[in-house]
Write a protein that binds this ligand. Structure first.
Ligand SMILES: [Zn+2]
Length: 278
């Protein structure tokens, strides 16, 4: 049974979107914000007609085409993160795996040396992930423009390809227009690792599982979820975050499992992934 149908057989909590409270254990304000935003996103997508969502460009990041068979693109959001970035780069170098980093402008300004580290091997790509990670669905157009422009200003002039991922994947028509005018392409993901939720205590709540596409049997198995979600799609762009310790602690296992199954690791500028960018 598909995960969604399976999950819907269990009782889904249906609070009004504005009334979603942080789940127990969300002591970290950022974690709580991620949790709330992801839940609102799930409810909005479930409750709003598809045409209305399309007209509002709210989920432009959703990739509607299947990934190229046998190709995996690891992407790491929300860095650079002192202590974590260095470790992540060591793991990737050990396995000779390329990756794409979606960086937060404010953190790039604070840690330029880590941005240089990302680029130093010339194996990885960097891309923009806003100035300070707001939810664009809660911002007016002027604030959205400011967020995008300040984030892009941190990117090297010669940046190629020019890639952008909205925080939470929450896009807008005005944002898309501005990004496209600047030569940027919008990037979502095929596989959501749900690492932010697994990082809390090793398992994800039912509504988090639905939001991320975690099969019920993998709700306590982060590596199992990531590997089987990739296997199910025969590859894809994988969303991870370099700020979560568990993501780095388990990365070797994920890479080894996928290498054993013959997957090829690619950056987002790989021609095989061109159809997945907007
Ligand atoms: Zn993010």
């Amino acid at each position: 049974m598909p995960w969604l149908a399976q999950a819907q057989n269990e009782t889904l909590p249906r609070p009004a979107p504005q009334a979603v409270a942080p789940a127990a254990g969300h002591h970290d304000p950022l974690q709580a914000q991620i949790h709330q935003t992801r839940l609102r996103r799930l409810y909005e997508r479930t409750a709003t007609p598809a045409q209305t969502l399309r007209n509002q460009c709210r989920f432009e990041s959703d990739i509607t085409t299947p990934p190229p068979a046998g190709v995996v693109a690891l992407t790491f959001d929300d860095g650079p993160e002192p202590g974590q970035t260095e470790q992540l780069l060591r793991v990737l170098a050990h396995y000779d795996v390329p990756a794409t980093f979606f960086l937060i402008g404010e953190k790039m300004q604070k840690h330029p040396e880590l941005v240089q580290d990302d680029l130093s091997s010339q194996k990885h790509l960097i891309a923009s992930h806003s100035w300070d990670h707001p939810n664009f669905h809660e911002l007016g157009e002027a604030a959205q423009k400011d967020e995008i422009e300040r984030g892009l200003a941190q990117m090297p002039e010669s940046l190629s390809p020019r890639l952008y991922r909205y925080p939470y994947g929450n896009s807008s028509c005005a944002g898309n227009e501005l990004l496209h005018a600047q030569g940027y392409q919008i990037v979502g993901w095929h596989v959501d690792s749900c690492d932010w939720a697994f990082d809390r205590n090793g398992s994800v709540a039912l509504h988090e599982a639905v939001s991320c596409g975690v099969a019920v049997k993998n709700r306590s198995d982060y590596v199992g979820h990531v590997v089987s979600a990739i296997r199910e799609r025969k590859g894809g762009i994988v969303l991870m975050h370099e700020i979560h310790p568990n993501t780095l602690a388990r990365l070797s296992e994920i890479i080894e499992a996928l290498q054993k199954e013959g997957y090829r690791f690619a950056r987002l500028d790989d021609p095989a992934l061109a159809d997945s960018l907007r």
